[in-house]
Design a protein. Sequence first.
Length: 383
Amino acid sequence: MWTMNRGKTQVLLGGLAIAVATVGAFLVSGCGRGASGLRIGVLFPMTGEAGSYGEKGRDAVLLAVDEVNASGGVHGQPVRAFFEDSKADPATGMSAARKLISADRVNAIEGDIVSAVTLAVAPIAESNHVVLLSPTSSAPAIADAGEYVYRIWPSDLEEGRAIATYAATAGYRRAGVLYMNNDYGQAIAGIFKSRFHELGGGVVSLEGYQGSDSDFRPFLAKLRSSRADVLYIAGYFADTATIVRQAREVGITVPLLGTTAIEDPQFLNLAGPAAEGIVYPLATGFDPSTGDPVGSAFVKAFRSRYRREPGWVEAHSYDAFKLLCYVAERSQIPLTGEELRRGLDNMGAYQGVTGSIRFDRNGDVVKPVVLKVVRGGRFARLR
């Protein structure tokens, strides 16, 4: 069991979850699912390969909890958050989801950050009529995962099509593709390939790599021999940073394309000058450079509390939690899964820090995709 104190909030992670509240931490008792108090399970990868994402998301959720409770809570009672570590592993996530539903009796679950876990947990949420809202999962299959499954991150279909369309309209005809060999990388690389082909281009080199890989020179050698005129990297920020740096080191000079996931300050630090000019789609809606008042207020509050800048993980984790509270406040008591589902389906548009959020009939968020580029060592709009 790990106890962490941060500001006014106390959280215990492990076998016993303790509620999060502005007034302090207290043991949960006598308030089952469907009662007036809102209980939200938060299923994030706190440790393991994707642990840094879970830690970022947790910080944002803790900020959201305190803000909601400082404003009076939900239906006049403090909202409570129960954290579980999925380790980015589907089996672990399934076990954690069962605990959140049966032992902690949550009204809804925010999670997972990783698509594979969200897909594994979806049938459990569906069979128990518990809303599952993912902040960042993008696998296309999530659209058909169930009536109780939602996400505020666009499907890979939108991102993959957008960057492939850009590549074709920019005049590239021979693309090399390096993709992380997981659900995310495989799906988005396939979407890119299909759309690029539709627009008259062709993928002349397609190589998958493992998340644990650190030497990409063999893949890059194949890319060079393929005479590709552009390189698309379908991965996360750390592996993409290593790839672009090594590509430039071995003399590959073709333009680079990336995914939304590279928009993280650590990408710029890891890639250095090699990141200059990489173009990527921003499919999230979170862009602090726009000066949007809702987003600006979040950035200010987050920076004040944690002394660092929030990124897309923090923004979406914050929005997902706040959205569940927003819908619950406007729903009838008891807060059953059916009631919360109806609230999400009928809420119209919710203005979050990631922009306007509304859902289609599959529970997928509807958002535009913006193209961005690394210019002068910073993330900027392409046009």
